[in-house]
Design a protein around this ligand. Structure first.
Ligand code: SAH
Ligand code: SF4
Ligand code: F3S
Length: 443
């Protein structure tokens, strides 16, 4: 048996891609290695979204170079591969900067991993493959689905044509593409067969999904969700990430009508000032966003709203930043991610005048996170005493304890008694911590 260690950075789509790389390698005799020290093949599945994320890769590669040198003597030097969005953005440059790297391939070429490994074994030279191939990557991924946990990701849409001025994704993932319904359904059924009960449909703009349906029509995401919810054994569905501009009426209605669709929505706005939203090329105003949320809450009053925020975008004044705080207060988030703006090579915002100093970004980030923290706490607190179904995912901290997810994606600790992983249990929430809840099973 050979061993592979895959380390994922960045978003959930990278987690999905890493899993699929593992599935591709299994028939070649690779099993998973917990640590890079035990592996014959080490893959870093990288993220290019902010400078810090990209730089992490080079420091990790420095460590792997030493590991490779130590093991060269005993003939077990590992093959080192860089995959993902840094690979796509930097290509050949990675091999120039770090000689220990053997393979470089992007998010749209990882299905060729078996051939790339072979090409490297024959030539003994670095192999770099980062063009966007014409074939459908998904057609070439492994059909066999080894046993999975209770929850899984499933990419249904990839790439982005929105070109927000701060963002590298349209360059690293390519243009927007929706997988056909039948292909997604087959994968969803295979996941359920492999033990999965909850599937999160992924896309950089998942609600722009418009894949070919079996009837020859292009299906919107709402229709795909309804279709997948009919699979026996599929207990819960989620989707992420949605763009406010693509939040259609039928998808909003699905949150009211499809019981397997969980009441959680990640709907980033990024900033609250209309001027900044315009410079970001988001294509909507703060008021549009608030109206949209009002429609969503009308359909599903208990929905847990989540978002992403960027502070210190070029030209952001104190007043602009206060507009971000104002939109947060008005929108009421159950959870959110917030970041300091990071200029990315090749994106329009990186060239804009009036870049904001780092101290100002840090100060604004701290203020925003304090507000978001109180909102998260308030959302969790409102769950106290409520009854809800929990899907048990894994053992907890103590013997007999298990952790599961609430419909709102909170982690919930429960004394599970005779219940096991994959069971859905009805609980009452007893206590609320900053990052998790605890509950007891209803008699
Ligand atoms: N497709 C999603 C987001 C993908 S990137 C969307 O449209 O919202 C995830 C998050 O990273 C973004 O929502 C944004 O908040 C953040 N991000 C993207 N580029 C960034 C940059 N240059 N600096 C800081 N944060 C950034
Ligand atoms: Fe990036 Fe904007 Fe596309 Fe999201 S919608 S992936 S932030 S360009
Ligand atoms: Fe990062 Fe690429 Fe995802 S840049 S956030 S891994 S799409």
């Amino acid at each position: 048996m050979k061993k592979v260690h895959i380390k994922s950075y960045g978003c959930q789509m990278n987690v999905y891609d890493s899993q699929r790389m593992g599935d591709l390698l299994a028939p070649l005799g690779y099993e998973a290695a917990g640590e890079p020290e035990d592996a014959d093949l080490i893959i870093l599945n990288t993220c290019h979204i902010r400078e810090k994320a990209a730089e992490k890769v080079y420091s990790e590669l420095g460590k792997l170079r030493r590991l490779k040198e130590e093991r060269r003597g005993n003939d077990r030097a590992p093959v080192i591969a860089v995959a993902g969005c840094v690979a796509q953005a930097e290509g050949e440059e990675i091999v120039r900067r770090q000689k220990a790297v053997d393979l470089v391939f992007g998010p749209q070429t990882y299905h060729r991993l078996p051939q790339l490994l072979k090409a490297h074994a024959i030539s003994g030279k670095p192999v770099v493959e980062t063009e966007f191939p014409a074939e459908d990557k998904f057609e070439h991924l492994a059909k066999a689905m080894p046993k999975r946990g209770v929850t899984a990701f499933l990419t249904v849409q990839e790439g982005c044509d929105k070109f927000c001025t701060f963002c590298v994704v349209p360059y690293t993932r390519g243009s927007e593409f929706s997988r056909p319904v039948a292909q997604i359904e087959a994968e969803a059924r295979a996941l359920v067969e492999a033990g999965v009960r909850e599937v999160t449909l992924l896309g950089q703009n998942v609600n722009a999904y418009h894949g070919a349906g079996p009837d020859g029509e292009n299906w919107p995401l709402a229709r795909l969700i309804t279709h997948l919810s009919r699979i026996d054994g599929m207990e819960r569905l989620r989707f992420t990430t949605s763009h406010p501009r693509d939040m259609s009426d039928d998808l909003i209605a699905a949150h009211a009508e499809t019981s397997k669709l969980m009441p959680y929505l990640h709907l980033p706005i990024q900033a609250g000032s209309d001027r900044i939203l315009k410079d970001m090329n988001r294509g909507h105003s703060a008021e549009d966003y608030l109206k949209l949320i009002a429609r969503i809450r009308k359909a599903r009053p208990d929905i847990a709203l989540s978002g992403d925020f960027i502070v210190g975008f070029p030209g952001e004044s104190e007043a602009d930043f206060e507009a971000t705080l104002a939109i947060v207060r008005a929108a009421r988030y159950a959870s959110a991610f917030s970041f300091k703006y990071s200029p990315r090579p090749g994106t329009p915002a990186a060239e804009m005048a009036a870049q904001v100093p780092d101290e100002v970004k840090s100060d604004r980030l701290a203020r925003l996170q304090a507000l978001l923290g109180t909102q998260q706490q308030a959302f969790n607190q409102a769950c106290l005493g409520r009854e809800m179904p929990i899907l048990l995912e894994k053992p907890g901290r103590h013997p007999g304890q298990m952790v599961g997810r609430s419909p709102y994606l909170q982690s919930v600790y429960i004394d599970a008694g005779t219940h096991g992983i994959g069971d859905m249990v009805n609980v009452t929430i007893d206590a609320v911590g900053s990052n998790s809840l605890s509950a007891h099973i209803q008699a």
